[in-house]
Design a protein around this ligand. Structure first.
Ligand SMILES: [Zn+2]
Length: 444
């Protein structure tokens, strides 16, 4: 029996016959893309001002690669504005602050249709593993109308699932207690806060937390985190990729777990070489670029998401014709170059450190220099705050091919210490902080 897929629902969304074929999807996407380009150049001051977008309709989707990108800086500047409908047609404005600067905030505008489309995607995406009668625990932020947690709760109710949304923000002790109270069949939330709760619960002598399935999203999902949640809760782990710019929903794992199936009725996804901007070879790692296909309020054309991943076009073993994205490798430009070659990245550290049962969370700072210094602040449950844990952290890092090579030739040194807390704030963006080394020699 073939696995359950998004295809029947997606075919209905597109008005196409089931089973979906790649050719039919491509033809449908080209028509929607040309409509979006025509609408954007007519109604969005930003796209109207860019001469390249005023050419005629594309004959083939591949021609899109000739056209310019839209960047996060364009969204921040918003000059000329991207908005292609009047403010009155907008149901929700999401404001994203620029990290670390006093620059203008990035605003994204969604219509009621956009929000409904996302809830519909959540509904059919969650139906791949949630069943009527289930209880679901949602640990995402966004309890307000139009927010992620609220939208997911609406979607789950449509499925006949009873959702509960965690009070936020939750530290791992409170999150573990809440999960024990809720006794969910399905848990949905960001990976590291859920892992921290699992590790706290495994060491506090309380009742075990069990769940049949876990959906992880909103941050990079290391294999070590997925394995740990399966081991701790007995749960099958599903991944979801999305961001505010994709309308929250983007792509979701199927039962075969070999890449997340894209929401191809809303998004046309390209993967490009992050340095040159040229299309990446098929299946190669590159920057994910999205064009929206049905968004009227604030369409995005060739928007550079900053996420690194691979695009898989071959049909999936689950039977779906929908393209997949996989091999998520963090953010463009977020790594620290190492003198020994390669980069030190947060996904590498996640993979290595969360493989250790003692590590519930960590923060990492790299001071560039010769050698570079990696300062790790390790959060661990009380019984595991022992010297052996810090030794195990170093041992795991040596096993990573890139980090291990840097350690062996002296291009990197590691200073690890325990953090005071069991986890870092779930509200803070997880990132590898990169700093210039203090110029001590000149000052002293
Ligand atoms: Zn699949």
């Amino acid at each position: 029996m073939s696995a359950m897929t998004l295809d029947p629902w997606m075919a209905a969304q597109m008005g196409l016959a089931a089973p979906l074929t790649r050719e039919a999807i491509t033809a449908w996407q080209l028509a929607r893309l040309n409509e979006t380009i025509a609408h954007a150049r007519a109604a969005s001051p930003f796209y109207r001002a860019r001469r390249e977008w005023t050419e005629g309709p594309l004959a083939r989707i591949e021609e899109l690669a000739r056209l310019p990108f839209t960047t996060a800086a364009d969204l921040f500047a918003n000059d000329p504005p991207l908005l292609a409908l009047s403010q009155g047609a907008i149901a929700r404005v999401v404001t994203l602050e620029t990290s670390g600067t006093s620059g203008p905030p990035k605003r994204l505008h969604f219509t009621a249709d956009d929000l409904e489309s996302t809830v519909d995607f959540f509904h059919h995406g969650m139906a791949l593993f949630a069943r009527p009668g289930d209880r679901a625990a949602i640990a995402f932020p966004g309890r307000h109308p139009g927010g992620v947690a609220a939208g997911l709760a609406v979607a789950l109710r449509r499925l006949g699932v009873a959702p509960a949304v965690a009070p936020s923000p939750l530290d791992p002790v409170a999150l573990a207690a809440w999960l024990r109270d809720e006794r969910p069949d399905v848990v949905a939330g960001p990976p590291v806060p859920l892992l921290a709760a699992a590790r706290v619960a495994a060491n506090d002598g309380g009742a075990p937390i069990r769940a049949r399935a876990v959906l992880l999203s909103s941050d990079h999902v290391a294999e070590s985190v997925a394995r740990a949640l399966t081991a701790a809760w007995g749960a099958e782990v599903f991944r979801h990729w999305g961001m505010t710019e994709t309308g929250y929903g983007g792509a979701v794992d199927c039962a075969r777990h070999c890449g997340c199936h894209l929401r191809e009725d809303e998004l046309l996804v390209e993967v490009v070489d992050s340095a040159s901007g040229a299309p990446a070879p098929a299946g190669a790692l590159g920057e994910v670029v999205i064009s929206t296909l049905r968004r009227r309020g604030a369409p995005l054309l060739r928007y550079r998401t900053g996420d690194l991943a691979r695009l898989i076009e071959a049909p999936c073993a689950c039977g779906s014709a929908l393209k997949r994205i996989d091999g998520f490798a963090g953010r463009v430009g977020a790594g620290a170059p190492l003198a020994s070659g390669g980069e030190l990245t947060l996904p590498q550290l996640d993979e290595a450190l969360f493989a250790l049962e003692a590590v519930s969370d960590f923060a990492a700072v790299v001071e560039v220099g010769a050698p570079a210094t990696l300062r790790l602040s390790i959060a661990a449950p009380a019984p595991l705050r022992v010297a052996a844990t810090l030794e195990a952290v170093r041992a795991r890092l040596v096993e990573d091919p890139v980090v291990g090579a840097a350690l062996r030739v002296g291009a990197l040194r590691v200073e690890a210490a325990f953090a005071d807390a069991l986890a870092f704030s779930p509200r803070a963006k997880r990132q590898l902080a990169i700093r210039e080394a203090a110029r001590c020699a000149q000052r002293c």
